[in-house]
Design a protein around this ligand. Structure first.
Ligand code: DLL
Length: 443
């Protein structure tokens, strides 16, 4: 597949016919693929046959996109219960790869891929990378983990699809990362936002200025929640453009990014159907309302998923994007349904805390939320690093700043929280997905 450049507005597309297709035409493709999918899983997966039979739904009941709601959901638990390969729809001889989740919260999930699954995955990222201006001539430093985690190999194949030169360095060894970034002229860096923050600190310590000493222009950051406020800080501090990348291992891995408009993540409608549901009731929510992301895969062969409950909170936007792409977008994922903290009856997401803190100039980029239950009462205390410039050895200055931060948090969270300001460099750094909450109630 060759990349297209539409000269009227200088926006590049990987495949303009598909990416700019009118929504009603796209929906016809979705309908046709959905009909094929339900037939396929019903005949190839004993799991889905049983699930459909239990729900009293037959493949012939699914004729239009509206019928999607007749189909039962699929849960992460289903993948675990059918560990390792009970939900696969192809024989082992057709598999070309496995990825396996870390299984920190239970049995791991195993995802198998046919050759075509790998190709569809790379295609999705090929479109995504093109939409942020990454392609031939770019050096893409892939600093996501390679191996069982999908981040490294996912971005790797996507980058090769668009003809970029891949630097497959994986995660860690930050000195080497910074050295090769300069020596090989990295233009694009893909890693978790936490790791980029860490790299920035290390670069500062070594006197490396991203703008002057490297050719870095673009960051592709995801695999964990981050905020608009964090993006602004990263872009201001380093002069790069920072883009959000989203995906989950069950869907393949990293799959979707924002385009240069930075106004939502494009989900390729010919490959996936997106729904947003109320996580409590399972009801589909109207466009624009925040709820749980549910995705149906339309082209996967080895492990197709019907109405898979991703467990992330986001908002669906079906309006065509300014970039000309018509495929639905999801807004920045603000956290997982199970990340929500309930403190004295009030719902709090770590992302809300980050949004508030990143607007306070005296505060650095790192914080840790500690939740406890003391005398039957939930408490939340946040340790927050200060910027070096804001650090003071005068107790009064610190007390004043702690009050300012606590009051900013209270006005947004509607909750009184303890604030402890700590010196820059005190809190743990992360090179992969970071941990921002220690909930002692669960210990
Ligand atoms: O994290 C795949 C990935 C790799 C995505 C590299 C992006 C870049 P999992 O380990 O299965 O797969 O974790 C998926 O991570 O359901 C979200 O909760 C979270 N997540 C991923 N990307 C984002 C993002 C990879 N951009 C889970 N914003 C998802 C917020 C994200 N959360």
């Amino acid at each position: 597949m060759t990349k297209w450049l539409l000269c009227d507005n200088m926006i590049e597309y990987w495949n303009p016919q598909i990416e700019r297709m009118p929504l009603d035409e796209l929906e016809l493709i979705q309908e046709e693929r959905l009909r094929h999918l339900v037939d396929y899983v019903y005949t190839h997966s004993p799991f889905y046959k049983k699930r459909f039979d239990e729900a009293g739904v037959k493949p012939e009941d699914i004729k239009t996109l509206d019928d999607l709601q007749k189909l039962p959901f699929t849960y992460k638990k289903d993948l675990r219960d059918n560990y390792p390969k009970g939900m696969f729809c192809v024989p082992d001889t057709q598999l070309v790869r496995y990825h396996v989740s870390s299984g920190t919260t239970g049995k791991p999930t195993v995802v198998g891929y046919t050759k075509n699954d790998i190709h569809e995955w790379a295609k999705s990222l090929g479109r995504a990378l093109t939409s942020i201006g990454v392609g031939r001539g770019d050096v893409l430093q892939v600093s996501y983990g390679y191996g069982l985690f999908t981040g490294g190999l996912g971005l790797h194949y996507g980058a090769e699809e668009v003809g970029s030169t891949v630097l497959p360095i994986s995660v860690g060894n930050t000195d080497k990362q910074l050295e090769l970034m300069q020596d090989l002229g990295t233009t694009t860096l893909a890693c978790t936002p936490s790791y980029f923050l860490y790299m920035t600190e290390e670069a500062n310590d070594k006197g490396i200025d991203f703008q002057k000493d490297t050719g870095l222009k673009t960051g592709i950051f995801g695999a964990e929640p981050w905020t608009e406020e964090m993006r602004k800080r990263m872009e201001d501090a380093t002069g790069i453009k920072a883009y959000d990348v989203f995906g989950t291992s069950e869907l393949s891995g990293p799959l979707f990014t924002e385009c240069t408009c930075q106004d939502g993540i494009h989900i390729w409608g010919d490959q996936f159907i997106v729904e947003i549901i109320d996580p409590e009731t399972g009801e589909t929510l109207p466009e624009g309302e925040k709820g749980e992301l549910v995705i149906t895969t339309l082209t996967k062969e080895a492990l197709p998923l019907i109405r898979y409950r991703i467990g992330d909170y986001t908002i669906l936007n079906k309006q065509p994007c300014e970039c000309g792409r018509t495929h639905p977008r999801i807004m920045r994922v603000t956290g997982r349904v199970d990340d929500m903290l309930i403190i004295r009856g009030i719902n709090v997401f770590p992302g809300q805390v980050e949004s508030v803190l990143m607007k306070i100039p005296e505060v650095g980029e790192h914080f840790m939320i500690h939740v406890d239950r003391i005398n039957e009462m939930d408490t939340m205390k946040i340790q927050i690093e200060m910027n070096d410039e804001a650090f003071s050895d005068k107790v009064n200055d610190i007390i004043f700043l702690e009050k300012k931060v606590a009051s900013a948090l209270k006005s947004v969270l509607n909750l009184s929280v303890g604030v402890e300001l700590v010196e820059n460099g005190t809190l743990p750094r992360s090179i992969g997905k970071s941990k921002k909450v220690i909930d002692n109630r669960k210990l």
